[in-house]
Design a protein around this ligand. Structure first.
Ligand code: ADP
Ligand code: MG
Length: 447
């Protein structure tokens, strides 16, 4: 795949100390606070953050659909009045006109610009061809899959040859496979220089998606929306989710997000052998935790009343609580006033690939007291394994015999999934190549 060199000298967008407050007086809501950012020609920038962090508002300000309450939006160094003619937006579920054919749906964008009918047709056909909709020109939207409809939307946005193409969560309504293939197709067009646009600004709440596509991630947090990180992504395309450098960036980004939403070791409690009561593991198998996160992420707009959730899942609330507690303990969810909300990390987990999920989970449970304790015991052991009895005996000081078994079962379930340790023949083994054995003092002294 050829790499096009782009001129990144030109600054297209410059937001200077932008605030945005919706509404007035008591009812007002500060959506953005002190946003400073630039987008240069040639850049693919992703705005990443939880829902409500003002990503769409930033996009609308840049497109000239919303005015900042304070500060300035400059486009090529100038402030604009009204709609920004250099941008085009593709929304989550692109509104196509159902009574128009695919081709007419693209041409419609060109009408107000005074192109001749011949020129409109030429541009529309060329774009439909480029996005892979050749042969579907005369089809109607209802005859297309979600992914194809979204491509028509992208072709329509590109028809005006915007300098800056804005994508607002363009894949979030598609199924996993269609989203993945559309991302790949867009990246091919972008990397080969075939997109008639200089820069792309994409809104996403999915860390992997942003890292697969963008050159730069601007990470936001909410209440009010503010920038917590600006990360440049120098990986070549096509990027692969399982590549080491890719996974390291995923780690870096979610650590940034998680770090801002909860303080490290906050209320995690103590491990066996430490002062204070050992924090028990909630007895939630991985399948229950991930099932819960997936359902909430997919069906309940990231926030739901716990009683309603139990009802919807047709599960007694008591059976669901261990998963809720585990999700909270691991920083995937928060429970406030009976409502469960996914954190950005929880959303990312729910949408991540199997391998990325394991990595995220592993990084999170390493901090959990009982898991931390098991790992430190194993890494101190000579061949990084210890008999089951050792753990049972230690835990029996604090828990009932039944509870000891349940604690260890859960720990093994989590540890095996995260590939940190595993259990075989009454023995627990370390299964984490990253963990260095801790030298005992006798070894250091040189036997
Ligand atoms: P995101 O795209 O990151 O989910 P938005 O920019 O849509 O965030 O919204 C940021 C905040 O502003 C949210 O709390 C949202 O409810 C609020 N908001 C967005 N648009 C409006 C509007 N037109 N009127 C009032 N509040 C709004
Ligand atoms: Mg939005």
């Amino acid at each position: 795949m050829s790499l096009v060199t782009r001129d990144t000298q030109d600054e297209l967008v410059h937001l200077i100390s932008v605030d945005k407050t919706y509404g007035h007086g008591e009812r007002s809501l500060e959506a953005l606070h002190d946003i400073n950012l630039t987008i240069k020609a040639g850049e693919f920038v992703a705005l990443l953050g939880p829902s409500g962090s003002g990503k769409s508002t930033i996009l609308r300000i840049i497109a000239g659909l919303v005015e900042p309450s304070k500060g300035q939006m400059l486009y090529r160094g100038k402030s604009l009045q009204g709609v920004n003619p250099h941008t085009a937006i593709v929304f989550q579920a692109f509104a196509l006109f159902p009574w128009l054919t695919v081709q007419d749906n693209v041409e419609v964008a060109l009408k107000p610009l005074g192109f001749s009918s011949l020129e409109r047709t030429k541009r529309a056909l060329s774009l439909l061809d480029r996005v892979g909709l050749d042969g579907f020109e005369t089809a109607y939207p209802r005859e297309l899959s979600g992914g194809m409809r979204q491509k028509v939307g992208i072709a329509r946005a590109l028809a005006v040859e915007p300098e800056l193409l804005c994508l607002d969560e363009p894949f979030s309504t598609l199924d996993v496979l269609s989203a993945e293939s559309l991302r790949g197709e867009i990246m091919e067009l972008w990397v080969s220089g075939t997109l008639p646009t200089k820069s792309v600004l994409m809104v996403s709440h999915n860390i992997e998606e942003a890292l697969l596509m963008a050159d730069r991630l601007i990470v936001l947090d909410k209440s009010p929306g503010h920038v917590i990180g600006d990360i440049s992504v120098k990986l070549p395309h096509p990027r692969r989710r399982k590549d080491r450098p890719f996974l390291q960036l995923v780690d870096q980004v979610y650590a940034l997000i998680a770090g801002k939403t909860q303080t490290e070791a906050e209320e995690l409690g103590s491990a066996p052998g430490e002062p204070g009561k050992t924090r028990a593991l909630p007895h939630a198998p991985i399948s229950a935790i991930s099932g819960l996160l997936e359902r909430v992420n997919e069906e309940f707009a990231d926030r739901i009343d716990l009683y309603r959730l139990a009802d919807e899942l047709d599960e007694p609330l008591d059976d669901m609580l261990p998963s809720v507690e585990a999700a909270e303990m691991l920083g995937f969810a928060k429970v406030e006033a009976g409502d469960l909300t996914l954190t950005p990390l929880g959303q990312t987990f729910a949408e991540a690939s199997i391998q990325a999920r394991k990595e995220i989970f592993a990084a999170r449970i390493r901090r959990v007291p009982v898991i931390r304790w098991i790992r430190s015991m194993l890494s101190a052991a000579r061949d990084r394994s210890l008999h089951w009895d050792v753990f049972q005996t230690a835990l029996a000081l604090e828990f009932s015999p039944d509870e000891v078994e349940r604690q260890l079962d859960t720990a093994v379930n989590w540890g095996r999934y995260a590939e940190l340790f595993f259990f075989e023949d009454d023995t627990l083994y370390m299964d984490d190549p990253a963990a260095q054995p801790i030298a005992t003092s006798s070894e250091q002294a040189g036997e």
